[in-house]
Design a protein around this ligand. Structure first.
Ligand code: FE2
Ligand code: FE2
Length: 459
């Protein structure tokens, strides 16, 4: 298998993270362009710039963990909440309260001072929301094999110069230098994109010495109007442009094993998006491979099935957790949004050259043999075989996995239900294969490394 560019795949997947933050697509890429420029102006060494590069692209890997909790607290769409929240100065109680009140009104609630205050306090104290992004994001970056300074940058990018940031309230020189750059870059990007560069400069001037290191703030304020960076920012929605900016060629080359690690890490990001899908993507990958093996797939086919299983629900990052976690019946409009996740999966994976070949199968996991599924309504053999296998694996896991509100169904009961849809929803060969092997499957949620699924030796 040929080597590939790790920056290409990370830059492309950062678009999926933009979705889950409710940001204009390319937010992470533009933050990266800005961060690279400030790092250069501040004389940061190439190896450290590379750590900053990956940290900024992956900075929101922990965000899906906070999405479910945020929509629970506010009873509203987490994507809109996060989008609006990026323009707010949290350290000012009046601004934070205005944001909470505005979000409640937008969610259709009546404005009530006591309720607003309660939500604001609950939000301010909620450690899941506050810590998940930083800690979880740092863990994912470390798991991907990036240097400790990259993980540390993600952990500390919401720390503020005056010690009022999060999660550890570090101040001044205690904050790692790369995190100081990342902190300014991510906020300035949102202002430049939403309100223009003058508004961004006003914000940076106001928060200089409070949120931002004076040195980093001054470097940003020194960038003149005529500087090419502003045009460069406008091009950064294209992951190819961002991928080519990797500052340290030593990190450029990657191998097939890296791709597996990235897929495994993103499976965790995807599963954290909803409180009900713990380990779902990993389990679907395991089941799909087991079915594929029973059907005689070769190693290359099994590897593709595994990756498609790990990433089949990546499009869920673009759907609000308020809908994914809704306890009651979905309205038609909400169901239409849920169905969109399969299309998003195809779009996200289709853009990444090394994953494009698995995109059609991954995006077909809700198609039915009788043509009544989504997102294309394909029928029979028109559904890629990988998609027909994933559809069986997906439903089997949904029925048998333990959920917060109920225990998983016994395997025999799940198979009985699925058999009643043999040939209508499910492709008979895949369903029959599952029925043959289901009772011998390894326990759900075993770490991928312990599974017999083929992975390339290169790491
Ligand atoms: Fe799905
Ligand atoms: Fe799924």
């Amino acid at each position: 298998m040929p080597a590939f560019s790790r920056s290409e795949i990370v830059a492309a997947l950062s678009h999926a993270l933009d979705l889950t933050e409710g940001q204009v697509e390319g937010h992470a890429g533009r933050t990266c362009v800005l961060g690279m420029r400030l790092a250069e102006d501040l004389g940061v060494a190439p190896a450290d710039r590379a750590a900053l590069y990956y940290a900024v692209l992956l900075k929101d890997s922990g965000c899906s963990s906070s999405a479910a909790r945020m929509s629970q607290i506010f009873g509203a769409d987490d994507l809109a909440l996060k989008r609006a929240g990026k323009l707010v100065d949290w350290t000012r109680p009046s601004a934070a309260l205005r944001y909470v009140a505005g979000s409640l009104v937008e969610a259709g609630g009546l404005l009530n001072a006591r309720h607003t205050l309660r939500v604001a306090l609950e939000f301010a104290r909620d450690e899941v929301v506050v810590d998940a992004r930083c800690e979880r994001g740092a863990q994912i970056v470390a798991q991907l094999g990036f240097p400790p300074s990259a993980a540390d940058t993600v952990r500390c990018l919401d720390e503020h110069w005056d010690g009022k940031g999060r999660p550890r309230r570090l101040s001044g020189e205690e904050i790692p230098p790369l995190a100081r750059i990342a902190c300014l870059s991510q906020t300035a990007e949102v202002f430049v994109t939403s309100l223009g560069r003058d508004a961004a400069r006003r914000m940076v001037r106001k928060r200089r010495g409070r949120w931002f290191s004076p040195e980093v703030a001054d470097a940003f304020l020194a960038i003149p109007d005529a500087d090419p960076i502003w045009e460069h920012l406008a091009e950064a929605h294209d992951p190819g442009v961002v991928a080519r900016m990797e500052p340290d060629p030593e990190h450029e080359e990657a191998h097939d094993g890296h791709l597996d690690r990235i897929a495994e890490a993103f499976a965790q990001v995807i599963d954290a998006k909803s409180s009900y899908t713990f380990n779902h993507s990993t389990a679907v990958a395991e089941y799909a491979v087991a079915i594929g093996r029973a059907l005689g797939e070769d190693d290359a086919g099994l590897l593709a099935l595994r990756r498609a299983g790990l990433l089949h629900d990546i499009g869920k990052l673009g759907v609000s957790s308020a809908i994914l976690d809704k306890a009651g019946r979905l309205t038609d409009e909400e169901f239409a949004q849920v169905r969109m996740h399969a299309r998003f999966t195809e779009e996200i994976l289709g853009r990444i050259s090394l994953l494009a070949e698995i995109a059609p199968a991954a995006a077909s996991h809700h198609e039915r043999i009788d043509g009544g599924g989504y997102h294309r309504g394909l029928r029979g053999d028109a559904i890629p075989q990988g998609g027909r296998i994933l559809a069986v694996a997906d439903v089997f896991d949904a029925l048998t996995a333990d959920r917060p509100y109920r225990a998983g169904m016994p395997i025999a009961d799940a198979l009985a239900i699925m058999r009643s849809d043999r040939g209508t929803a499910f492709w008979p060969p895949a369903l029959d294969a599952l029925c043959d092997i289901a009772h011998g499957l390894p326990p759900r949620g075993e770490p991928a490394g312990a599974s017999p699924i083929p992975r390339t030796a290169a790491a």
